[in-house]
Design a protein around this ligand. Structure first.
Ligand code: PLP
Length: 379
């Protein structure tokens, strides 16, 4: 099955009871047993739920994995991965990563005796310097937020395999429409399904997909034992979202490209961060591991003026000033005052998050309307 067919049918069967084309929302906590232990595969909905299972199978299908797991949020999915570790273990992670992931690593798991090394992985040659006999996990996010850095998944996976370390990739920004980390050698692919997979800014959810049965069994055990699951209603909504992932992503990519090019030619704009430019430092890697370049675009204005950036995001009319990304509607954010405000100015500027940086999640509205909106806001 090709991807465009998988998003609609992958891992899904018509409901055996009445043939309903969409899975019923099994809004139940428990399942009748004819005799103790005599059930139809379902006992209690923390452990299993038919609607959630259908979604988990769909996750596995679109990421070319064998096993999918759904969680109550993207962070709950990352939390489950970290519970594979023990005190004394070490993790090597990208240094430009989602703020909530960084917070989970440093404010929760460091307290449990896990050590994290945050390093730039745009050049993979330095990764092995940080690998010790205690290293159990490499954590990669690509493209990164908000600087759109690109990390070579194949190169990192070779290092991970050579050193017998698990490689997990946060594939939230790219989605499997653009990039399939398991095919590139990763062991675990993770999503904030809140973003493009759900796609309509109406559900918070997380996902994991793996190929290996032993790894899947450990993660299912953690999912059930820790209990950070999602409900059947949300499972239904994300399954519905996935059915249009390919056509939404196609338009996100088209609009993202048009806006990146428009901004790059604008006299008031200094830098545009989008992995589809030949001038992007890892353009060749992006071209080889991604099928297109996505709908996330960041930019800075000439003079790097904080107040001017605030004025631009306030003036936007079609773009909504909001956190999050990946929905059908276009959003704009100002990292220095919003998502990254808690990081000291000198620290955030080291990774490129300067005062005038604006991040766009380009939606699937009309391209001309979006450009006209930017035009009037930038002035
Ligand atoms: C949003 C996001 C997360 C966290 O997911 P939640 O669903 O908000 O818990 C993790 N990684 C990336 C790249 C994200 O954008």
């Amino acid at each position: 099955m090709k991807f465009n067919t998988k998003v609609i049918h992958g891992g899904q069967e018509h409901d055996p009871a009445y043939g309903s084309v969409m899975p019923p929302i099994y809004q139940t906590t428990t399942y009748a047993q004819s005799t103790p232990g005599g059930h139809k595969g379902y006992e209690y909905s923390r452990t299993h739920n038919p609607t959630r299972n259908t979604l988990e199978n769909a996750f596995a299908s679109i990421e070319n994995g064998n096993y999918g797991l759904a969680f109550g949020s993207g962070l709950a999915a990352i939390d489950a991965i970290l519970k594979l570790l023990q005190p004394g273990d070490e993790v090597v992670s990208t240094n430009d990563l989602y703020g909530g992931t960084y917070r989970l690593f440093t404010k929760i798991y460091e307290n449990f005796g896990i050590k994290f090394h945050f390093i730039g992985m745009e050049n993979t040659s330095r990764i092995e310097e940080y690998i010790t006999p205690d290293t159990k996990l490499i954590w990669v996010e690509t493209p990164t937020n908000p600087m759109m850095n690109i990390i070579d998944i194949v190169a990192v996976s070779k290092i991970a395999k050579k050193n017998d370390v698990l490689l997990a990739v946060d594939n939230t920004f790219a989605t499997p429409y653009l990039q399939r980390p398991l095919d590139l050698g990763a062991d675990i692919v993770m999503h904030s399904a809140t973003k493009y997979l759900g796609g309509h800014s109406d559900v918070v959810m997380g996902a994991l997909v793996v190929k290996d049965k032993d790894l899947a069994d450990k993660l299912y055990f953690i999912q059930n034992a820790s209990g950070a699951i999602c409900g059947p209603q949300d499972s239904f909504l994300v399954l519905r979202g996935i059915k249009t992932l390919h056509i939404r992503m196609q338009r996100h990519c088209e609009n993202g490209k048009a806006i990146a090019i428009y901004l790059a030619n604008h006299p008031k704009i200094e830098n545009v961060y989008w992995p589809g430019f030949e001038s992007h430092p890892n353009f060749e890697v992006a071209k080889s591991q991604m099928d297109d370049f996505g709908g996330m675009v960041s930019f800075t204005t000439k003079g790097n003026n904080y107040e001017e950036a605030i004025r631009i995001v306030e003036n936007l009319k079609i773009f909504t000033l909001a956190e999050s990304l990946g929905g059908v509607e276009s959003l704009a954010g100002h990292p220095a005052s919003m998502t990254h405000a808690s990081i000291p100015k000198e620290e955030r500027e080291k990774t490129g998050i300067v005062d005038s940086l604006i991040r766009l999640s380009v939606g699937i509205e009309d391209e001309g309307d979006l450009i006209a909106d930017l035009e009037q806001a930038i002035g």
